[in-house]
Design a protein around this ligand. Structure first.
Ligand code: IPD
Ligand code: CA
Length: 258
């Protein structure tokens, strides 16, 4: 299934339009505006505003499509087309004036991601990927790095439950003790885009939320990388964990996670 032009246009224009508005919020953001949505997770009015705008654009153009978004949840429509939206991925970064945050929109057809957009408004970088059509940053083709040894840079993050945090700490500890660079950049979609663009070699996420990764997974695949779960099985929307890499360091990462 090839993605159609209209889906691409709606996804890109929703991300860009919303990004422009979010950038103003970011520049004027006061940390006291942060609210807690659970014990450790935060939310801002900007997340909600962004989500409203994006969902409105999708619904206007594709009223019958299924949409899952981080804050609003699943509209449960019976459709082969499935939009998976994170209105701000990296809200904590956003709230502390760290520019690594993005809007992430993935579109699946029969549960296979066919199109993805990650737009980082402050960096003004637009990453897109279409299934069997390549990955691009600002219109230029991107590919994963060839780095396998030497200055390998791995990134990681984790889901909100304790078990996932423990796995992430174990992974981080082992990588650091192997003298390898391992960093948490604070936005899974940006980290995936960075793997796709060859800026870092990998990202590992125990307990990945589908809205954080749906678009970025396609970016990495289409940029020539590899995306699996911790058992080295192909990542699907049902997978709990994710390893996305340039392919060259994938086996090393699987070994570290054993
Ligand atoms: C978060 C980021 C972060 C990851 C968290 C996610 P959010 O997304 O992707 O890197 O560690 O698990 O929840 O909550 O800012 O959209
Ligand atoms: Ca979010």
């Amino acid at each position: 299934m090839q993605v159609n032009k209209k889906i691409e246009e709606v996804a890109i224009s929703a991300a860009r339009k919303t990004g422009k508005i979010l950038l103003k919020d970011f520049n004027n953001f006061e940390r006291s505006k942060v609210e807690l949505k659970s014990l450790r997770e935060i939310i801002t009015q900007s997340d909600l505003k962004s989500e409203k705008l994006i969902i409105k654009e999708i619904k206007k153009n594709f009223p019958d499509h299924r949409i899952l978004s981080e804050e609003a949840g699943d509209n449960d429509k019976k459709s082969d087309y499935f939009w998976i939206v994170d209105p701000i991925d990296g809200t904590t970064n956003f709230s502390i004036h760290n520019p690594l945050w993005a809007i992430s929109i993935g579109v699946a057809y029969k549960n296979e991601i066919i199109f993805g957009v990650v737009f980082a408004p402050f960096l003004d970088e637009l990453f897109i990927a279409r299934k069997k059509g390549g990955a691009y940053k600002d219109g230029k083709k991107i590919k994963v790095s060839n780095v396998k040894t030497g200055k390998v840079i791995n990134t990681y993050c984790h889901g909100s439950n304790k078990e996932d945090a423990k796995k992430a700490m174990m992974y981080y500890g082992r990588q650091k003790l192997n003298n390898l660079d391992c960093r948490q950049l604070g936005s899974a979609s940006v980290e995936l885009a960075y793997v796709a663009a060859g800026r870092v070699e990998s990202i590992v996420i125990p307990g990945a939320n589908s809205w954080d990764v749906a678009a970025g997974v396609l970016l990495v695949r289409e940029a020539g990388g590899r995306v699996t779960d911790f058992e080295n099985k192909k990542w699907t929307l049902k997978s709990h964990d994710i390893i996305a890499s340039n392919g060259k360091v994938h086996k090393d990462i699987l070994d570290v996670l054993k």
